[in-house]
Every structure is written in structure tokens, then in C-alpha cells.
Design a protein around this ligand. Structure first.
Ligand SMILES: NC(=O)c1ccc[n+]([C@@H]2O[C@H](COP(=O)([O-])OP(=O)(O)OC[C@H]3O[C@@H](n4cnc5c(N)ncnc54)[C@H](OP(=O)(O)O)[C@@H]3O)[C@@H](O)[C@H]2O)c1
Length: 248
């Protein structure tokens, strides 16, 4: 039996792209999914698809930038399923532009979603995971969490923060003996709706060109499943998954 079967998984950003693909893969392996994102109708559609295939999923519309809503999400999972085994911090946005364009609202939102959203989710699940002395937190960083490129300065900053948060959390839990595993997932170009969050035409044109070699979200979903299904004393801490032809 898969080491995923029966695990309760909170998945943010489940309404499209990598999140949606991950929900389907994990549900097919017997996970109990708690699907979170802002677009409820997309979540309900995904829930129906999972249920029609014999899987388990519940839906909780959630904005990750709200600490209250993140606490409510964790409470909902605990009330419905009695435990939280896995948190996948997947929600994210990528509005890219050179700094001189002063897209300050986009910087603020990116920091709120990509950094604060991840922290709020960790804060919401850590108490119950620590109490049960088990758990797994996976954070979607990016190749941009390891490299820096022009136009992606703020996005790279947020994803470097995610990489740092993953490693810091890993060390804190390892030294505390809580048996909580941490995995930092760093995809390269993946086909999804992410590019639509870039409003700057110049950056969008560059991204459209770069993403011609993008791989399907399903490839990241399988990597996430691989990390989760390892034995509980094995932690895959870092995965970088690029299209074979991606250079940077
Ligand atoms: N695609 C790539 O090439 C790539 C590469 C490296 C890393 N990543 C990372 O992978 C993750 C998933 O991205 P994706 O490619 O699958 O993009 P996507 O298709 O645009 O999905 C992003 C998800 O985040 C959710 N989201 C955005 N803002 C939110 C908020 N305030 N509250 C709750 N949910 C929110 C969206 O749902 P709602 O709009 O319904 O809320 C959506 O489900 C992101 O963290 C991204 O940075 C992607």
C-alpha cells in the first residue's frame, strides 16, 4: 500500500496548475485532500472529479494572505479528518517586471502571497503536527529560489525566502525531535496559469518565449508524491525539477 493512503493533506493553490495536478495524483494514491484556494467553483469541480474517481476531497475557500483564514483552514481539516499529516504550500503568484517600473502593489501582493501565506500556513499546522509528533510540510519554491534574473527580482526574493524558510524550519524541527519532514520543491518552467499574473507586457513577452519549453504540471505532482511516500524516517529536503532543455 502507498505511504500516501489515508494521509490528510492540506493543499493551497489547488484550483489550477501544479496544485490541481497534485490533488489528482495524491487522491489517486488514497490521500484525503483539503483543497484550498480563492476560486471556490474550481475547487468544487476538482472535488467532484476526485470523488467520481473514488477519491476523498473536501473544499475550503481560503485566501492565504489572511492569517485568520489559514487558521480556519487548519481547524476545518482537523474537525473533518481528525489530523493533518501533510501541508503543501503551493499557492503563489509571479507578477514580473523590472524594479524601475515601480509596480509596488504587485510587490506587496507577491510578498503577502508567496512569503506571508507560507508562514501563516506553517503557523496554522505546526501545533497539531508537533503534538502528534509527525507531519510533512512541502513548500513550492522555484528555480527562482536559487537563481536571480533581471525582471524577476522581487519574485526571486520571495522564492529565496521560501527556500530559507524551508531550511530553517527543517533545522528547527530536526533538532526538536518532532519527526516533521520538510521538502523544498523548486520547479523550472511548468505550464500553468502562473504567467497570467504578469501584467508587464515586456516581461510577459520574455516569459512567453521562455515557457515554450515548459513541462506539464503533472511532472511536479509526481515529484511531490515521491517525497511524501518515502518512509517516515526519510526526508527528501530539496528537489529541483527543470525541463531538460532549460539552461538557467
Ligand atoms: N509554473 C511554473 O513555472 C512554476 C515554477 C516554479 C515555481 N512555481 C510555483 O508553483 C506554485 C504553483 O504555481 P502554478 O504554476 O501552478 O500557478 P497557477 O496555475 O497560477 O496556480 C497558482 C495557485 O495559487 C492560488 N493563489 C493565488 N493567490 C492566492 C491567494 N491569495 N490565496 C489562495 N490561493 C491563491 C491560485 O488560486 P486562486 O486564484 O483560486 O486563489 C492557484 O490555485 C507557485 O507557488 C509558483 O510560484 C511555478
Amino acid at each position: 500500500m502507498s505511504n500516501i493512503a489515508g494521509k490528510v493533506v492540506i493543499l493551497t493553490g489547488a484550483s489550477s496548475g501544479i496544485g490541481e495536478a497534485t490533488a489528482k495524483v495524491l487522491a489517486s494514491k488514497g490521500a484525503k485532500l483539503v483543497l484550498a484556494a480563492r476560486r471556490e467553483e474550481r475547487l468544487v469541480q476538482l472535488q467532484k472529479e476526485i470523488q467520481n474517481n473514488g477519491g476523498h476531497a473536501i473544499v475550503k475557500p481560503t485566501d492565504v494572505t489572511s492569517q485568520t483564514q489559514m487558521e480556519d483552514l487548519a481547524e476545518y481539516a482537523l474537525n473533518e479528518f481528525g489530523k493533518i499529516d501533510v501541508l503543501i504550500n503551493n499557492a503563489g503568484i509571479m507578477p514580473q517586471a523590472f524594479l524601475f517600473k515601480k509596480k509596488i502593489d504587485e510587490w506587496d501582493t507577491m510578498i503577502d502571497v508567496n512569503i506571508k501565506g507560507v508562514l501563516y500556513a506553517i503557523a496554522a499546522v505546526l501545533p497539531s503536527m508537533r503534538e502528534q509528533k509527525s507531519g510533512h510540510i512541502l513548500n513550492l519554491s522555484s528555480v527562482a529560489g536559487h537563481n536571480i534574473y533581471p525582471g524577476g527580482t522581487v519574485y526571486c526574493g520571495t522564492k529565496h525566502a521560501v527556500t530559507a524558510i524551508s531550511e530553517g524550519l527543517r533545522q528547527e524541527e530536526a533538532m526538536s525531535g518532532t519527526n516533521i519532514r520538510v521538502t523544498n520543491i523548486s520547479p523550472g518552467a511548468v505550464s500553468s496559469e502562473l504567467l497570467e499574473t504578469t501584467s508587464d507586457p515586456e516581461s510577459k513577452a520574455g516569459l512567453d518565449e521562455f515557457y515554450k519549453s515548459a513541462i506539464d504540471a503533472d511532472n511536479i505532482a509526481r515529484a511531490i508524491a515521491f517525497a511524501i511516500e518515502q518512509p517516515s524516517d526519510v526526508a527528501i529536503n530539496e528537489m529541483i525539477i527543470r525541463p531538460t532543455v532549460q539552461v538557467g
